[in-house]
Design a binder for this molecule. Sequence first.
Ligand code: TEU
Length: 552
Amino acid sequence: MKKTDWYKDAIIYQIYPRSFCDGNKDGLGDIPGIISKLDYLKELGVNCVWLSPVYDSPQEDNGYDISNYRDIYKPFGTLDDFKKMLSEMHKRGIRLIMDLVVNHTSSEHKWFKEAIKDKNSPYRDYYIIKKGRKNGAKAPNNWSGFFGEKAWERIGDSEDYYLHLFAKGQPDLNWENPKVREEVKDILRYWLDLGVDGFRCDVITLISKDQRFKSVFPTIAIAGHQYYVNGPRLHEYLHELYTDVYANYDCMTVGETVLSTLDQAKDLVLPERQELSMIFNFDHTDTDNHFGVKYFYKKFDVRKLKKVVNKWQQGLHGCGWNSLFIENHDQRRSVGRFGTDDKELREVSAKMLGTTYFFLQGTPFIYQGQEIGMTNGDFQSINDLQDVEAHNIYNLSRKVKILKPFVDKTLFNVTRDNARTPMQWDNSEFAGFSDVEPWLKVNSNKDAINVNESLKNEDSIFHYYQKLISFRKGNEIIKDGEYIDLLKHHKHIFAYKRKLGDKEVVVISNFSNKPVLNKLVNQFDNYEIVLSNYKTHSDVLKPYETRVLINY
Ligand code: TEU
């Protein structure tokens, strides 16, 4: 087996299975539904899929709480359906990467059930279980988790607590225990032997916890993270997975590196360290909030975005591989975000955003629906929301009054359910996603925004994405060229150059809804415009105009 860098040429499409396509018409997306849409993905031009979790799960966090790593959640289909999907993907030249959720399991996993039932069970040490302070009256420390809750849950009326950095139904695994690491390796081999091509590693930077389990002062959002983000043994664990498993397969891994700095990320992707193939960093999705907390909304400023992009593009160039994304199942929709418009100027906005991120260095990811410019959900009440995070934060804000104004103002705009509304295939009652009422409300704009319309209209966002993909595929300048920010301080224009030898690709994007004049535009008069979201061009950049120019 020869290990290759195929992932550097991948264009990856993320599928969130419950919201993609409902094959058996029960209101929930499923694997047969995915199979029925593979020709659509082929037509778009992507060559890899990242599938959010399809494993057996009680679905407290929509599958990010796994109760059996070797089987499929029944409403999504069977293992045979999975095998068929994989082979149909491979037939079409589409690889598949699975979501690997091994920071935690579900509390319904048999390991956890054994662990809490019996203090002497060998599974007790699979989890992080500690004696509470004051004979169990207080949690072992004051850490809080990511979903607005305390990070410890008491086990019955015993003195012991288990750690859960996410929902209560997501107990953290104890990676200090070598048996846990062997279990993870077995799971990896199981799926790789079935033929999958790699893994998107959920919150992988949280797996190693500082064993002192110290409290922190003062407590701010996500208290304690300094003791478990990029913890002391993280690199050792990842290298162990690499040498014992990944080294034997031509597979790739992309790590979700929540809260990692550039220097920390470099150590994860430096090829000679043999840890991960690439990482997702979130600095750019934090450009419109304070302290990395999405509820503390901040007005977007493209200068901040340029600074962050410049830092990561230059920082990783020649060191390790990056990933590129503007949406995923945890983020609100990109159109209408990053200073753009999701109403009258939706189409030009979506094309401009797509262009701006697509030609950076790294592997581009497209989240389902992004390619047709799907917008945030039209939620009116907390009852319209399904996400455990949204409900937890909402409940917390009813108890901690200081949070109420922030949550009331931002919840519908930032909730993860915005990205999870059913995929809009056509203008039928449930948008062609299903024939029955889906698990989450269909966006009422499905008559105007849907795949059918996009396929018919040659100027659609979908057809524009096809062009982005085909221009990028095989383009060595975009793959390997250096990144040069051309207008660091301009408050509306994001312009950069990718350069390899004397060949250049230049991207100029106007992040404003107004025309903008700048002399930079004339500097490239002798370059050829190969892609743009407008048909005519002048010295003035039109609202949200983008241009891609080449000199070769
Ligand atoms: O997300 C990790 C993560 O940090 C997010 O919870 C993020 O903080 C939040 O979505 C911001 O609103 C991963 C998965 O992508 C997410 O869907 C899971 O809920 C989470 O891990 C737990 O597995």
